[in-house]
Design a protein around this ligand. Structure first.
Ligand SMILES: Cc1cc2nc3c(=O)[nH]c(=O)nc-3n(C[C@H](O)[C@H](O)[C@H](O)COP(=O)(O)OP(=O)(O)OC[C@H]3O[C@@H](n4cnc5c(N)ncnc54)[C@H](O)[C@@H]3O)c2cc1C
Length: 583
């Protein structure tokens, strides 16, 4: 495994941090006038001691946090991950035993104060915007996918912070921030995976008014807790009738001690991430928020954050695959030359390079869209602005719509592309890639889950298609966004061709009347949207660079557009030909 500081040795990530990200816009939205620092001055609340009080301090705080994560993960933790994966997990009568390397890695993160990267400052968390969280998650996942999921589970406290009562927040969030409780998200059941609205785990109130849950959840990551720490299992269960659909579902807190872990899965990858079957037998539970909002509001909110987190995880695995392939190709000699000089190998490496650049652009843009609406909304709520006034705020409405599109879109694009990248990286290793002698086999296995969990790619497409079509209407938000962002640079002719083709795809798709045909062609539309948005982002990000960095990025964007034109032209043909037969 390539080691070193995963922040400073990742050129593209560093470029985003140092030159591309518009920190002023982001800090204005997230730190909202540096109220945490002001509160610290007035109250001396030591949880806010690190809160920045200026733009420069904020950038320095985010940078030093990322530098610490990169240093710890890349130098201290990464070297142990291959051995950890080989040890794997053990299950013994309801208990899961973790390898020592995993426990040590989590302890090191806790000791360095980096564990609660997704939790707010008032509750002992680091208080980082989504953009910085995604960068941190990427670095952890570059070392190991299972470790990044474990870390994400501790940070599920964020969901309680968002939707729990004051008592629940005070009772659980600080303990999760300290690493005393892990978290888990229990949605999936044996008969209901993608079909969450119909799940059947039952929640009833007993004679004492205590909620109790009965049912079985499958594939629950860290349902068993982490090591000797229990999980707070955020569970979706039915309070309404069995046929009541999504509106009959509510959201609960259940502790590991009150359920039985019937087994853990033996899996293709993520060998140190416990995927548990969780049995609830009259298990005591606390309701979160309002009955009936479990899926439509709270789980969706939790999943949006989790999807961004899986997109960042996929980004990290892709970086690992790319750097391993690059290293191998720079050392392996065939036909008297390094294989990196052979055109077919070089082509795979440059393809990976430009896809990684595109993936990071959409990941950063999805995070930006969350940062630009969520914290503005949170600040309004905190300062007592009425809900109906918040709903009218144009900035919140615009960026929320974009976040609701970019979250599934980035999850789909990045998790699909990491699989292509891992596949090519293994290919570059030749036969050695298929052995356990190199890290690429583990990276390849770990990549495979990313386009399945947190909603399969097909479900991300279901979640994106409506927004793409509505967003591209004459007054749609996506059209307005593309126009606004493109006005920030001089677009190339190739990009304008990509945009035109994408518009045609949406137009032709709109004329298909048969709903089954539309569903079967939705992927082609969403893929075309992703390629158009990514192409725009590659050019927009180039406009923030100078000299060679700028010309290199524009050259990369030009190559990306060629792939996009080929893909979108093909999509157009499929939509025109298959669509017209039934329209
Ligand atoms: C390692 C691992 C960890 C996991 N962790 C968690 C966790 O912590 N918490 C949790 O709740 N769940 C977890 N899951 C479950 C995961 O989210 C589900 O596996 C996933 O959502 C798919 O559900 P399913 O496996 O039942 O597949 P199914 O829903 O049966 O889908 C099978 C196939 O049909 C397709 N399909 C189904 N419906 C549609 C549709 N309407 N349109 C288009 N295509 C469709 C799917 O895309 C897929 O290709 C985990 C799973 C794994 C393997």
């Amino acid at each position: 495994m390539i080691t070193g500081n995963y922040f400073t040795n990742n050129e593209d990530l560093l470029l985003h941090f140092q030159s591309i990200t518009d920190w002023k816009e982001l800090v204005d939205a997230y730190e909202h006038g540096f109220t945490d620092a002001e509160e610290y001055k007035k109250t001396g609340n030591d949880k806010l001691a690190f809160a920045p009080s200026s733009l420069e301090e904020a950038i320095e705080y985010y940078k030093s946090t990322l530098d610490s994560v990169g240093d710890l993960i890349g130098k201290q933790v990464a070297p142990n991950m291959a051995a950890m994966d080989k040890v794997g997990l053990k299950y013994d009568n309801g208990k899961v035993i973790f390898p020592k390397q995993m426990e040590d890695a989590m302890q090191a993160m806790t000791d360095a104060g980096l564990l609660p990267y997704g939790i707010g400052r008032h509750f002992g968390g680091l208080g980082l915007p989504a953009t910085v969280q995604a960068m941190a998650m990427e670095m952890v996942a570059r070392a190991d996918g299972a470790l990044s999921i474990a870390l994400g589970c501790f940070n599920l406290a964020e969901t309680i912070e968002k939707y729990g009562s004051k008592e629940q927040i005070e009772k659980y969030v600080p303990l999760m921030a300290e690493g005393k409780y892990c978290g888990a998200m229990a949605l999936t059941e044996p008969d209901y995976g993608s079909d969450l609205p119909n799940l059947q785990t039952k929640a009833v109130k007993d004679a004492n008014g205590q909620w109790r849950l009965t049912g079985t959840k499958r594939f629950i990551t860290h349902g068993c807790g982490f090591s000797d720490k229990q999980s707070i299992i955020l569970t979706l269960a039915r309070t309404g009738s069995p046929t009541g659909g999504a509106r009959g579902l509510s959201f609960f807190i259940v502790k590991t001690q009150d359920v039985f872990i019937a087994s853990i899965e033996k899996k293709l990858g993520l060998h140190c991430s416990p995927t548990c079957e969780v049995v609830y037998e009259n298990s005591p539970a606390e309701l979160i928020g309002v009955e009936g909002y479990g899926l439509v509001k709270y789980s969706m909110g939790m999943m949006n954050t989790a999807r961004l987190s899986i997109a960042a995880q996929s980004m990290g695995i892709a970086s690992a695959a790319y750097y391993e392939a690059k290293k191998y190709a720079s050392e392996r000699v065939q036909f008297g030359k390094l294989i990196q000089e052979i055109p077919a190998v070089k082509k795979m490496l440059t393809h990976m390079d430009r896809e990684i650049a595109a993936m990071r652009c959409i990941l950063m843009e999805a995070s930006r869209s969350v940062d630009l609406y969520l914290w503005r909304e949170a600040h309004f709520k905190h300062t007592g602005v009425e809900e109906k006034e918040i709903k009218k705020d144009e900035t919140i409405r615009f960026w929320e719509k974009l976040a609701n599109l970019f979250t599934p879109l980035s999850k789909y694009y990045i998790s699909e592309t990491v699989n292509v990248i891992a596949d090519n990286a293994l290919q570059i290793h030749g036969g050695s890639g298929y052995t356990e002698d190199y890290d690429i086999s583990k990276i390849y296995r770990d990549a495979r889950i990313t386009n399945i969990y947190e909603g399969t790619t097909q479900l991300q497409v279901v979640g994106s298609i409506g927004s793409v079509v509505a967003g591209m209407s004459a007054t749609g938000f996506l059209r307005a966004y593309l126009d606004k962002e493109t006005s920030k640079f001089a677009p190339s002719d190739r990009f304008l061709r990509v945009r035109k083709l994408f518009e045609k795809v949406v137009e032709n798709f709109g004329s298909i009347k048969d709903s089954a045909t539309r569903d079967s062609l939705a992927f082609e539309v969403v893929e075309s949207a992703a390629r158009c948005i990514n192409g725009m982002l590659l050019e927009r990000t180039a406009s923030r660079l100078v000299d060679k960095q700028k010309s290199d990025r524009l050259a990369l964007a030009a190559e990306y557009h060629i792939d996009s034109i080929a893909t979108i032209e093909a999509n157009l043909i499929k939509i025109e030909e298959r669509g017209k037969t039934i329209a």
